[in-house]
Write a protein that binds this ligand. Structure first.
Ligand SMILES: C[S@@+](CC[C@H](N)C(=O)[O-])C[C@H]1O[C@@H](n2cnc3c(N)ncnc32)[C@H](O)[C@@H]1O
Length: 399
């Protein structure tokens, strides 16, 4: 069947129609005529894969990644980088319009590093094959190099055989100094050749099923002029160069007299940055290791005007006694809970700085917040180049 692609959806898939049903086609661009094969047919939609291109868009580029077409890690490598940014600008604008009722142009700050930008990858090992999931499946696409991953991670990928894993999940984290933390979940008792691995790579820790098998369970990350202890299960932004830009925007949005609440603070990064300008900062985070890291990070960066508390940020706000005039919030993909929104509105800070990795939940939350707040700015940040994902930072001011 030959389909004409009408436009792209927010996952970068081509949209066409067949017999009145919407059809999603991966690796398709607007205007292209494509011979497709249906891979999934439901009562509401159809998914299809490209058999061949009858008429290609002149905007199509050829990805240099040999496994791009199969691999589920990237979605937009058949576009130029500039076109991926246009796609994200349009996507953010459409989502804000549809879910928040806000119509505004949204600029995207590009990633200074377009390749090898990720300091963390999550691999699957199935029957001894190491790789990522294939697009839309739980099959593995074998891989020994990823265009997104830091070069120190790519170097390790060439020696994954030394882990002797058959079925496992492996996360590899890398810091500014190319040191590696390796986190393995498996039912097996692997006979890992640690010394051979250490001869070739700066491995500081191997954590097997939550227990430290070798070295330590954390490392130090350097961002801008700040040092951060990062435990193996603490969150850290994956793209260092864009995280630095985020730091600069947060810092420029803070005033000297601000008393700041940093909700979902992770290892304390944004709160610590804010504390270099603000009067006082309080951070709340739900992961115990992350909050322990945050306490150490405050000391390591010589910040004595910041305190951290363990707990559910969305309910713990109720117990904050200080008069807060600025909230920084960087929630997980699910956004702010209903209770969280209610509590934030009760605290009624003058300013809210909302960092989001999911524009749909951001828009949902802005729709409520905008009854009491004006949106001063919304900016996209290309934290995840060549994927459909987009980070953003929104600054709100009380009406
Ligand atoms: C997107 S990360 C942001 C972390 C940090 N602001 C940063 O930039 O590195 C979201 C963080 O929220 C934490 N989190 C998730 N749900 C939470 C909750 N209900 N209360 C507090 N923290 C939560 C996660 O553990 C994670 O550290």
């Amino acid at each position: 069947m030959i389909l004409k692609i009408e436009r792209l959806d927010h996952h970068g898939r081509g949209i066409a129609h067949s017999d009145g049903k919407i059809v999603f086609v991966e690796n398709a661009l607007e205007g292209e005529s494509i011979r497709v094969e249906f891979t999934k047919v439901t009562s509401k939609y159809i998914e299809a894969r490209v058999v061949d291109y009858i008429e290609k868009s002149n905007k199509r580029t050829k990805s240099k990644c040999p496994i791009y077409e199969e691999c589920g890690g990237c979605h937009l490598r058949h576009m130029s980088y500039e076109d991926t940014l246009s796609f994200k600008r349009k996507k953010l604008r459409e989502i804000m319009n549809k879910y928040a009722g806000v119509d505004t142009e949204i600029d995207i700050i590009e990633s200074p590093e377009k390749r090898y930008y990720r300091n963390k990858i999550e691999l699957k090992v199935k029957d001894g094959i190491v790789g990522f999931y294939k697009k839309g499946t739980h099959d593995i696409v074998e891989m020994d190099r990823c265009f997104n991953a830091h070069e120190a991670i790519n170097a390790l990928l060439l020696n994954m055989n030394l882990f002797h894993l058959k079925n496992a999940e492996v996360t590899i984290k890398c810091n500014y100094n190319s040191e590696l933390l390796i986190i393995i979940s498996t039912d097996e008792k692997p006979d890992i050749e640690i010394e051979k691995l250490r001869e070739k790579h700066k491995i500081v820790g191997i954590i097997l099923n939550g227990k430290t098998l070798f070295g330590t369970d954390n490392f130090i990350e350097l961002m801008d002029t700040f040092f951060f202890k990062e435990s193996y299960n603490s969150f850290f932004q994956v793209n260092r160069s864009v995280n630095k830009i985020l730091f600069d925007i947060v810092k420029s949005s803070i005033d000297e007299n601000d008393t700041v609440l940093d909700l979902c603070c992770g290892v304390g990064t944004l709160g610590i940055v804010a504390s270099t300008k603000a009067k006082e900062v309080f951070g709340i985070e739900i992961v115990e290791n992350a909050i322990k890291d945050a306490l150490i990070n405050a000391r390591m960066n010589k910040r004595d005007n910041i305190k951290f508390v363990l707990g559910d940020a969305f309910t713990k706000i109720e117990h904050v006694k200080k008069k807060i005039n600025t909230i920084i919030i960087d929630p997980p993909r699910s956004g702010i809970s209903e209770k969280g929104i209610k509590n934030i509105l009760n605290v009624s800070p003058q300013k809210i700085i909302y960092i989001a990795c999911d524009p749909i939940t951001l828009a949902r939350d802005l729709k409520i917040l905008k009854s009491k707040y004006d949106i001063k700015s919304i900016m996209g940040l290309d934290m995840f180049p060549y994927t459909y994902h987009c980070e953003s930072i929104t600054v709100l001011e009380r009406k």
